[in-house]
Design a protein around this ligand. Sequence first.
Ligand SMILES: [Mg+2]
Ligand SMILES: [Zn+2]
Length: 188
Amino acid sequence: MQPAVFLDRDGTLIEEAGYLDRLERLVFFPYSVDAVRLLNRADLAVVIVTNQAGVARGIFPESFVAEAHAHLRDRLAAGGAHVDGVYYCPHHPDGTVDQYRRTCECRKPGDGMLRRAAADLNVDLARSVVVGDRWHDIQAGTTAGTRTVLVRTGYGRTEEQRPKPGVRADAIVDNLIEAVSWIVGQPR
Ligand SMILES: [Mg+2]
Ligand SMILES: [Zn+2]
């Protein structure tokens, strides 16, 4: 079994853009590709886990999510970095598109995407870390039994100022590259 780093997408790996519905709005942070490459070199599986309720809300089709992730992978590959898996939740309990309107286990703070990725990629969750900019990312990690890092990009700074009872990150850092420093400095 291998350890993994689960990265939230919007606000963590790329700029928070509200509902990202056009590729032009997909903007990496300046350090994102380096951060992923450093995780690759540290022999940590890297997995993106992202809520994409815009599908359930009819803001963009599921095919656009696939297109955005193909673009992400291309950009990472151009910088010598890669992700080992990408998991997204297209659902929302109040969605307007029937096919995606449901209460599911994959939508964070649920840990369904983490558990599925762990099964697919033979990941040891107890040696893994979730990085995200929302408390729901941290909750998902805690439920799955990973360590957790909240980043202050995206909604992170606001989230830090509004602590959630019973939810605690193992570390709170400025951004993804600092999260990577924290992760590679942890005992394995
Ligand atoms: Mg986010
Ligand atoms: Zn879902």
